[in-house]
Design a protein around this ligand. Sequence first.
Ligand code: URA
Length: 230
Amino acid sequence: MDKLLSECGIASRKESAKAVRAGIVSVNSVIAKRTDMQVDPEKDIILYDSRRVVWREFVYLMLNKPDGYVSATEDTRDPVVTELLPEEYRKMGVFPCGRLDKHTLGLMLLTNDGQLSHRLLSPRRHVTKSYAFCVKFPLSDADVAQLEAGVDIGGYMTKPCTLALTGEREGVISITEGKYHQIKLMMETVHNQITYLERRSFGPLVLDPDLDRGEWRELSPEEIEALRQA
Ligand code: URA
């Protein structure tokens, strides 16, 4: 029981013991007497302080990252994206799948599924990520062609990508890799500068327009399946 409660992010082993002593944990309508009792999370109906305990190993969340947060679970200087989530997800070991810069906004996947995260980030998989961007100076057709073909960012040649302008100084860029500061560095190679960057999609996952900055939701079963297939 205590293992289950801690894996669900509901209570630490110590807190579980306290809750059992306080008589607020029940298994199949019988008040639990011991914190180490055997339970079957798939069959038993467990209530913790009147809340149904549903066991699951993995969780998958979509967050609309606001400005100023770093893509980490801990940082000494800046707020971290996991601070925007309820405690129970943090206790389940949720972490950001990939990085967005501190001032980049938009779609961030968070999960405790290390294997899926590793697969999605693997350079061999070429998962496409799209970003809406604004730059300081107008982009010429030649700039666009150069960026699409690949540019040298500090000794690394970027892979071909697509870039659609929606204005002189804005557009959507889709890349299949994720080098550190990649888009910023790419724009610098054409003597430009990113002034706004927002991730709109990550593989099959699209930023939910109903999520305001800083808001999150769990992925639907269809979204999780699509990520597994990506
Ligand atoms: N490229 C960048 O430069 N920054 C990001 O946050 C993501 C991609």
